[in-house]
Design a protein around this ligand. Structure first.
Ligand SMILES: O=C(O)[C@H](O)[C@@H](O)[C@H](O)[C@H](O)COP(=O)(O)O
Length: 269
């Protein structure tokens, strides 16, 4: 319990002078997790978000990682995706393909994007079904505590309002307990229609990395990582609800995003 009563979230905070230094460490972090997962399970399952996160992963496409990562063992998913055509400028698939997938030899059959020819509700249902098939054959691990899929790594960005994936403040999607993938049609961040992992899936991951850069994230970072009063309404800040059940949470922050962190917040391992 933190001094002011609210639960203190166990997480590691990594603060970097610049986005470039953050990107260097993020690439090494992902490469290490990939190596460990491939050694232990023969594959590496990673779920991505959208936004600046994808460019911050860019160093993975460069030496030494382009030649040292066992890319054929990677299975790529999206923790959230916009319900637009996959060649649309707003598509997280397009963003990831342009900046990452087109630069590393991940097998197309190992990339699981949404069906962009159906309604957002059907896309969410189909996405969940595809993940269930992969859990059944153990390509995607399963959580011991709640039969949720256990991704090796879920990479999240965070909005200035503390949203993660497409889970926004006070949204009913934050309460879902059974669904693995849901959809929203009222995203405050355009475009309005999106699919998203639910919190049980995010919190079942072996590793979650939250990547936040820029002054506009500083308040949300502080609120998400600090202990707060008993009556703090966590649903006002979804990033605070990311508390892996038995996984590890690591924050990757540049100095501006970390600029209002309490000293006591330091990395708690
Ligand atoms: O599809 C989305 O919009 C994202 O998944 C969203 O959750 C994003 O990660 C945050 O909004 C942070 O975006 P920035 O890092 O670009 O601010």
């Amino acid at each position: 319990m933190s001094a002011c009563g609210g639960p203190k979230i166990k997480s590691e905070l990594r603060v970097f002078e610049s986005a470039d230094e953050l990107a260097t460490d993020l690439a090494e972090y992902i490469s290490q997790l990939s190596e460990n997962s491939v050694k232990e399970r023969g594959c590496f399952t990673i779920a991505l978000s959208g936004g600046s996160l994808i460019s911050l992963m860019g160093k993975l496409c460069e030496a030494p990682y382009d030649k040292t990562v066992d890319w054929t063992k990677w299975f790529v998913f999206w923790a959230d995706e916009r319900a637009v055509a996959k060649n649309h400028i707003d598509s997280n698939y397009k963003l990831t393909k342009d900046l990452f997938l087109s630069k590393v030899p991940i097998l197309n059959s190992h990339v699981f994007s949404i069906n962009d020819n159906v309604t957002v509700g059907d896309a969410a249902a189909e996405y969940e079904f595809a993940i269930r098939q992969l859990v059944k054959i153990r390509t995607v691990g399963v959580s011991e505590s709640n039969d949720c899929p256990k991704f090796d790594l879920i990479l999240l960005g965070m909005g200035p309002d503390g949203h993660v994936a497409s889970l926004f403040p006070h949204h009913p999607a934050l309460e879902l307990k059974e669904e693995w993938v849901t959809y929203i049609t009222d995203s405050p961040k355009p475009p309005p229609e999106r699919i998203t992992f639910t919190l049980p899936v995010i919190n079942s991951a072996s590793n979650v990395a939250m990547v936040a850069v820029g002054e506009e994230k500083a308040t949300a970072v502080h609120l998400a990582t600090a202990g707060t009063g008993e009556n703090f309404d966590a649903s006002s800040l979804p990033a605070r609800m990311v508390q892996p059940t038995d996984g590890k949470l690591v924050w990757f922050l540049d100095s501006t995003a970390a600029s209002v962190l309490d000293v006591s917040n330091g990395s708690s391992g």
